[in-house]
Structures are given as structure tokens and as C-alpha cells.
Ligand binder design. Structure first.
Ligand code: R5P
Length: 315
């Protein structure tokens, strides 16, 4: 077994030496087929190697959360300023104009909700009747795949996003959702993004994120989405052989969110997949433009926050 005490010295993450993708711009992606590379080039800007995914798929388990009550009113004004729309097929078909030039990252796992029964569940597991009723039961981790590959092709998805609950009660099931989606997506040159879920029993430490992101990359995910950490984030990006984008997480002050995006990119992230810190901002379009300034425009957090405030004043 690797990592037994005494079998090796300190870990070496080579954080100062970027992993080269010879002949292509995106980490770990240089040996894919043409179609997949082309889709990734729509998601990630080949000039900067980074992406701004606008995440508004939260309704798939939360319903109309704050800022997403009317996606037509709140998200469509943001659409011109992002690179990729991360969404559900229901919102894509009902609200997003088919004329959009933005890449699509389609939510491809689901099946549970914020109000899934917390105490017990009865059904079938691995072909046998099962009843789950124990303290710490994690209903949210009991997801299934939610979109088949033909549907993803009809919706012209560039990316399929699958939630993975490493260390969670239904870890194995969520990893199978991931690998089955990867097998299907690889047949057609569509990328799969493994999304690191954080549940009650899962830590938000660099050690946890290094393990979770690496496991998903080893299983074949083309992109990984995870959270930023205050410490050692560069070790997470360094030992993950494919691009990492960060989720924004709960709404925080705009200056703090810009700092987080800046730090993450400087520490090796290939962009953001941000939702609430944009659409729940006091001024969503200025915030979107400020995030763009950080991710693609080389702005410092202060410069981007100044941009945010000046655009907010004009609005
Ligand atoms: C969570 O429900 C979704 O996977 C979101 O896409 C993800 O959490 C990113 O959104 P936020 O920046 O709001 O955390």
C-alpha cells in the first residue's frame, strides 16, 4: 500500500513546475481526440487557458433558490459575459435561447433533494431490498445519473457534470455514476466534470480535496470542480493531472469572492465555476465582469473590485 508510515519521505508536489500539455493549451488534455479538444476549447479560452463557468444548476436539488427564482430575469443578462453555462436540461430547454454561442456544462446526476427524508429510505440496493435508517444517513449522496448520452448530444453539451461523494455514505454509487458517464461521454468526445461534493461526514481540508480530485481524475474525469482552500491549494492543483475549476460556495462579500478567484487561479486553478457569488451579488452583471477581469484580464482583486464598484455606480 502506498503512503504507509515510513515507506517514503515528505510528499513532493512540484508546485513550481507546471505539468506540460505538449501541442495543446489545456492541462492533461493533449492526447484526446479532435472533437473533445474542440469542445474543451469552447469551454476554456485557448488564450488564457481558463474558463468562467456560470453555475446556476442549484435548482436540481434546491428548487428556486435566492437569485434563481426567475432564471430568465437574472441569468440571461449574465450570459454574454461567461464562457460556459452550467445548468440543468430543464432550464436549458425552457429558458436558454438555442442561439447562444456559449458552451454547455450539463448537470448529469441528481435524484435527491434538500428535503429528502433524513431518517430512513427503503428500496433496492445492488438488486436486493434495502432499508437505510441510521444516524448520519446522507440522502443527498444517493444520486443517480440523470441524463443519458443521446440527450446530452441533443442538447449539444460540451461537458457533463457528475457529483461525487468521496467518503460519503454512497461513495461507490456516485463513483459509478461518474465512470459510467465517462464511458458514455468518451464514445462521443464529450467531457465529464467530476464535482467534489462536501457532505456532513466529509472534510474541507487540502488532504481531502487532494484525494477526492485525484481519485476522479484517475477514474477518467476530464475536468474537476472543487472548493478553494485557504492553505495548500497549489498542492491540490499540482497533483491533479487535469484542470480544476473552483466552485464559489456560499455568498460572501464581493471583494472576498474576487480574492478567492484570484488566489485559486494563481495557485493553478483553470478558472471558476461560480454561481451564488455572482447571481446573489448586489450587482450581478458588474460582479460577473469583475470575475472576468480576474480570470481572463490579469486584474488584481483590488482592480477588479474597483471595476465592480464603478460599474455598480453606473448601473
Ligand atoms: C451546486 O448545487 C452546484 O453544483 C453548483 O453548480 C456549484 O455549487 C457552484 O455554485 P456555487 O458557486 O453557488 O457554489
Amino acid at each position: 500500500m502506498a503512503d504507509l508510515d515510513g515507506t517514503q519521505g515528505d510528499k513532493e508536489f512540484y508546485t513550481d513546475t507546471p505539468q506540460e500539455p505538449p501541442g495543446f493549451f489545456l492541462k492533461g488534455s493533449h492526447q484526446y481526440d479532435w472533437g473533445l479538444k474542440n469542445r474543451l476549447s469552447r469551454v476554456f479560452n485557448p488564450e488564457t487557458g481558463r474558463t468562467i463557468m456560470l453555475a446556476f444548476d442549484h435548482g436540481y436539488f434546491m428548487g428556486p433558490t435566492t437569485g434563481l427564482e426567475r432564471v430568465d430575469q437574472t441569468i440571461l443578462p449574465l450570459e454574454p459575459h461567461c464562457d460556459c453555462l452550467m445548468l440543468t436540461r430543464g432550464i436549458q430547454r425552457s429558458i436558454i435561447p438555442a442561439s447562444t454561442g456559449k458552451a454547455i456544462a450539463l448537470r448529469a446526476s441528481g435524484g435527491t433533494s434538500m428535503v429528502s427524508p433524513m431518517d430512513e429510505w427503503e428500496g433496492e440496493l445492488d438488486g436486493k431490498p434495502a432499508r437505510l435508517a441510521r444516524p448520519g444517513y446522507e440522502p443527498l449522496s444517493f444520486e443517480d445519473t440523470a441524463v443519458d448520452i443521446e440527450e446530452a448530444i441533443r442538447l449539444n453539451a460540451s461537458v457533463l457534470a457528475v457529483q461525487v461523494f468521496i467518503g460519503g455514505q454512497h461513495e461507490r454509487r456516485s463513483l459509478q455514476n461518474l465512470t459510467r458517464t465517462i464511458d458514455a461521454a468518451n464514445r462521443y468526445g464529450i467531457a465529464v466534470m467530476g464535482v467534489v461534493a462536501v457532505g456532513r461526514s466529509m472534510e474541507r481540508t487540502p488532504k481531502y480535496f487532494r484525494m477526492a480530485t485525484r481519485i476522479m481524475a484517475e477514474l477518467g474525469a476530464h475536468i474537476i470542480k472543487c472548493y478553494h482552500t485557504e492553505e495548500e491549494f497549489e498542492t491540490i492543483t499540482s497533483c491533479c493531472p487535469v484542470p480544476i475549476v473552483i466552485a464559489g460556495g456560499k455568498k460572501r462579500p464581493e471583494r472576498d469572492a474576487l480574492q478567492m478567484a484570484y488566489d485559486a487561479c494563481r495557485q493553478g486553478a483553470s478558472g471558476v465555476d461560480m454561481g451564488r457569488n455572482i447571481f446573489q451579488s448586489a450587482a450581478p452583471v458588474p460582479m460577473m465582469k469583475a470575475v472576468r477581469g480576474v480570470v481572463h484580464g490579469g486584474m488584481s482583486p483590488d482592480e477588479a473590485f474597483d471595476l465592480y464598484r464603478s460599474l455598480q455606480d453606473e448601473a
